[in-house]
Design a protein around this ligand. Structure first.
Ligand code: HEC
Length: 148
């Protein structure tokens, strides 16, 4: 009996944040991974500080579906601004683009823009794909409900 209850709880925890395919990782694990981002990024919804953090990088609240480089008032590098300037990737960040970006922001930017001189202001790399998926699930779980 006890075992069944624990197994059931574990299954619930392992379930994706949203069953509709926006995230496949484990949000609870991802909250831990966010510690690696905290020195530069916060997660803030208006007055609600979900995670305190640095201001070197943009607020990561509502990252799902947000066009790269589009947080008002944040001073991005000029290359990531090309997404909003040129109407690229207007579906915004999703799990696949996020995981690829955090693994190597500069390489991702170069490939996405087809510009081998593009530069990223984010120098940190999160190579572990499972960590990145869990982190994505966490970010989606604390963000606004996705539209579809
Ligand atoms: C040393 C500081 C630093 C760390 C650590 C860092 N970032 Fe960043 N991040 C930045 C900066 C600066 C930018 C803006 C990039 C640009 O302007 O080219 C950025 C941009 C981003 C973006 C694009 C956001 C947007 O608005 O388009 C995402 C997504 C992101 N970071 C995720 C992460 C995650 C997840 C972590 C932790 C695994 C992390 N970052 C760790 C500094 C950092």
């Amino acid at each position: 009996m006890k075992f069944t209850a624990i197994a059931a709880a574990a299954t619930l925890l392992a379930a994706p944040a949203f069953a509709d395919g926006h995230a496949t990782g484990d949000a609870a694990e991802g909250e831990n991974v966010f510690k690696k981002c905290k020195s530069c990024h916060m997660i803030v919804d208006g007055d609600n500080e979900i995670q305190k953090g640095g201001k070197t990088g943009p607020n990561l609240y509502g990252i799902l579906g947000r066009v790269p480089g589009s947080v008002e008032g944040f001073k991005y590098g000029k290359d990531i601004m090309k997404f909003t300037e040129n109407g690229l990737m207007d579906d915004g960040w999703d799990e696949a683009t996020f995981v690829a970006y955090v693994a190597d922001p500069r390489a991702w930017l170069r490939e996405a823009l087809g510009d081998d001189k593009a530069k990223s202001k984010m120098t940190f790399k999160l190579k572990d794909e499972e960590d990145a998926k869990n982190l994505w699930a966490y970010l989606v779980s604390v963000g606004p409900a996705p539209e579809s």
